[in-house]
Design a protein. Sequence first.
Length: 123
Amino acid sequence: MKTFKQWLKDTYDHNDLQAIAEHGCQSGIAGGMIYYHETCALYDKHAEELHDMLYEHEQNFGDMPQYVIENLGCINGFKNAVVWFCAEVLAQDMTNFDNETEDDYDAFGVNTKNSFNSKPLEA
């Protein structure tokens, strides 16, 4: 099965990924991740990978992203928020190639030293 990261790479070009990284999925740039039926299908297909990323974020920063927490009472809103969060983190990683080494990546292929994070993550 294709990973969520691979799906992003196959679906969006570099300019789209850069726009997702800079403006977020809520900007509407992420065709294929706009409507709940799209994001819920992606969530259902990649839930384990997405939750692993969410768990890693929580371990490193002490909490889940606020917009994910705000959607805990609505299953479709929660699935949408998780997909958007992970897409934005991965897009930021995939468009941030300056001064990278193989040691900068965690087990999920996410750059742990990218500009999205306020501090380098512990791998």
